[in-house]
Write a protein that binds this ligand. Structure first.
Ligand code: CAA
Length: 257
């Protein structure tokens, strides 16, 4: 399928999506959202794909929601259409998604990166929630996901001042999992995704569910949830194979069942 705002490729078991609106620093408009839903949907139904990498350009992962699209809207427009809520579907992706961020990840761009399971940052990455400088606040989860990721002090600093933080600060405060040289960004993200895609799919999906549950429930409920998923994996052929392969000192051959 041909996309107007994305470049979509497959690299063996990994789906690679590049945001591609260079003239607007990958600003997120309604076409990007519709196309991302389409691309995610096609990777999710494709059994051969085990993980997804979402990236932008060298200069910008994404510079936010499209300000030119939003500027004329009034309260009734955004309230009636529940503007921006469509992005919730992107956050609910079942297969693991790695954000590979180079350059600006601002506003909705930072929020989109945070919807992914983890962020690998180029040493050139810059993160921020500058909505306050436009007379609004984050609307795609920035006040919530950023606070959970980095804590109140740093989130307040970023959301109230609109300042940007560089990759080193983002790694220090726990927003990104690792920093790599900019020219190795996509390669490193594809390698991490390929590793995930090579593992048993049921355990990968459950691991993702379990970690996400930690953000939404009490410790006791979370532990119970984890234990149930852990027990259920003993019903898979891949558990037998994974453990047998370890004992026999060979590579496991997972069947994803
Ligand atoms: N929306 C629409 N267009 C954007 C954009 C955005 N978020 N960000 C950049 N662009 C456009 C610019 O208007 C410019 O287009 P023209 O050439 O037609 O003028 C083009 O991209 C290049 O941008 P700049 O000339 O500004 O590039 P720069 O290198 O000088 O600056 C930047 C880069 C600091 C990222 C600057 O573009 C910027 O501040 N962008 C806006 C960042 C922002 O405020 N994001 C939050 C948006 S609101 C939001 O996201 C709400 C939400 O939570 C859902």
């Amino acid at each position: 399928m041909a996309y107007e705002t994305l470049i979509v490729e497959t690299h063996e078991a990994v789906g690679l999506i590049r945001l591609n609106r260079p003239q607007a620093l990958n600003a997120l408009n309604s076409t990007v959202l519709a196309e991302l839903k389409q691309a995610y949907g096609s990777f999710h139904v494709d059994e051969t794909i085990g993980a997804i990498v979402l990236t932008g350009s060298e200069k910008a992962f994404a510079a936010g929601a499209d300000i030119k699209e939003m500027q004329p809207l009034d309260f009734a427009d955004v309230y009636k259409s529940d503007f921006i809520s469509g992005w919730d579907e992107i956050a609910k992706a079942r297969k693991p998604v790695i954000a590979a961020v180079s350059g600006f990840a601002l506003g909705g761009g930072c929020e989109l990166a945070m919807m992914c399971d983890f962020i690998i940052a180029a040493d050139t990455a810059k993160f921020g929630q500058p909505e306050i400088t436009l007379g609004i606040i984050p609307g795609m989860g920035g006040s919530q996901r950023l606070t959970r990721a980095v804590g109140k002090a740093k989130a307040m600093d970023l959301v109230l001042t609109g300042r940007m933080m560089d990759a080193a600060e983002a790694e220090r405060c726990g927003l990104v999992s690792r920093i790599v040289p900019a020219d190795k960004l996509v390669e490193e993200a594809l390698a991490a995704a390929a590793k995930i895609a090579s593992l048993s799919r049921p355990s990968v999906l459950m691991a993702k569910e379990a970690v996400n549950r930690a953000l939404e429930t009490t410790l006791e409920e979370g532990l119970r949830f984890e234990r149930r998923l852990f027990h259920s994996l003993f019903a898979t052929e891949d558990q037998k194979e994974g453990m047998a392969a370890f004992i026999e000192k060979r590579k496991p051959v997972f069947k994803n069942r």
